[in-house]
Write a protein that binds this ligand. Sequence first.
Ligand SMILES: [Ca+2]
Ligand SMILES: [Ca+2]
Ligand SMILES: [Zn+2]
Ligand SMILES: [Zn+2]
Length: 465
Amino acid sequence: MFCLKTLPLLLLLHMELSKAFPVPSEGRNAKIVQDYLEKFYRLPSNQYRTARKNSASMVVEKLKEMQRFFGLNVTGKPDAETLEVMEKPRCGVPDSSSFMITPGSPKWEHTNVTYRIISHTQQLSVAEVGAAFEKAFKLWSGASPLTFTRISQGEADIKIAFVQRDHGDNSPFDGPNGILAHAFQPGPGIGGDVHFDAEETWTTNFNNYNLFLVAAHEFGHSLGLAHSSDAGALMYPNYAFSEPSTYTLPQDDINGIQAIYGPSNNPIQPTGPSTPMACDPRLTFDAITTLRGEIFFFKDKYFWRRHPQLRSVELNFISLFWPSLPNGIQAAYEDFDKDLVFLFKGNQYWAMSGYDIQQGYPRHISNYGFPSNVQAIDAAVSYGRKTYFFVNDQLWRYDNQRQAMDPGYPQSISSTFPGIQSRVDAVFQQDDFFLFFSGPRYYAFNLSTNRVTRLDKSNKWLNCR
Ligand SMILES: [Ca+2]
Ligand SMILES: [Ca+2]
Ligand SMILES: [Zn+2]
Ligand SMILES: [Zn+2]
């Protein structure tokens, strides 16, 4: 029992560490890299090494393969961002390079697939486990001609079990975290079967790890899908939380299952959310803010996080960092004096300190003094003890010390910021500039000279050309 109680704290510590880009320590990292590449990139294990030189170059090649898969800088070195990805909880099935479908394209030859739950976890009721699996199968049946029937005896196509450590298939589990589950490609016997690590804490909510989300991923393998390098896809190898009640199968996974089994029998083919592409020339942002030196670019259920020193950009789920925040954040700003970031959606807002949402939120934007006809904020930025709010073509200025709107507002945006003519999607402050984003362009507004000094493509900030 003691172990179970300390788990949430350990998880938290792990997350905090990984968020802070840990500085590597040599020997331990070599082992992490070796283990990871052996498990997920088919690096021959140490015991089969013949020439040391060969194996070193093999590690570099496999490391590059892994870095390409995850869209990291392909350095062949175990740098901080690579180690960060390696320490994330994930599926135990190896990543085969760039194949959406499992190599050899195994598939079920019948469309009426059966499953059987062989064993349960004690952390959830039998009904909760059954409901999670049923919901997970529905994702796949909705996008394909397949149907799934649960049977309680006899031989099922997909046998599902909670097991721990060594369990007789040469792929032992590793205790809490690390590998969460694995599954076998379609075929007789163990083919299609799914194993969950019984030592994980399985949940039906946002606490690690949501059984429905992990099951839906593993069932994808049971049907013949391999891992996807699309970070928003269900078949992405790393665990990421999404709200289960509103979860729909992403487009990348719909494409995958339909490539194997053809379209759904439903006359209206399902469509799913696509992951925003950083270098899409049409890319726009929902909101942007700085947070203790980093810059966060919000888009739908994602955000890109730009690290000032590493100059690297990573795509993440909002829910992974702030499980209680909604998707589609519309405006955000950092209050440097209070060391808080405020996030807005509709007429609600949240405050966070670092990565922690503060107690007592969400609150209503009328607290800022907005009249009732203002129901949403387009963009916000704070500078010099004033906070600027952009709503359509209007600007509101709030005094952070008096905690009230300044008199004389709203004004037209262009009267205060000449050159900013159109609606503002997002804005943040850096040095002497306000960076205004409108559609796929941004305007650098110099606060000393009071004019726009640069106009360029928005996604230059995501290292796109
Ligand atoms: Ca595990
Ligand atoms: Ca916005
Ligand atoms: Zn997987
Ligand atoms: Zn297994």
